[in-house]
Design a protein around this ligand. Sequence first.
Ligand SMILES: [Zn+2]
Length: 159
Amino acid sequence: MSVLSKDHPAVVLSLDSQHLASIQAHANRTYPEECCGLLLGTSDPTGKTVMEVRATNNIWREEAQSDLTKKRRYLIPPEAMLVAMKYGRTLGLDIIGIYHSHPDCLAEPSEYDRAAAWQHYSYLIVSVPQGKAGDVRSWSLNDQQVFHEEDVLILQDSP
Ligand SMILES: [Zn+2]
């Protein structure tokens, strides 16, 4: 089964340029390891809007989980998910997605990313070639557990 699919109506994920900047800065800080974090916002059938970005630790434990390092894996602390869920509820926001970085790799999901992904979440991936965060793409699973790409809309700062 392929990880990627093109034949799906595109969902739009909107975030503003400050959210993007904070994700890219986080990715640069953790390079050459992967960073990860949560996207809080709202969603409806036509799209999702990021209202807040929350950086989390990457708790992938190299020695316990495999010979793969944090250069190639991320794991969000479960308690960070719970805290973000509760916090979001007070603001009327849901966790709508997860972001992580791909140091020296394309912003395309790996088979691991697919296997670990949850339905309905957007998976925003930022590519970090040579320590400088660049390309950002977003993905979500379809009914067949295949990733399809979402359109990412970067909104300029509102006054
Ligand atoms: Zn990944």
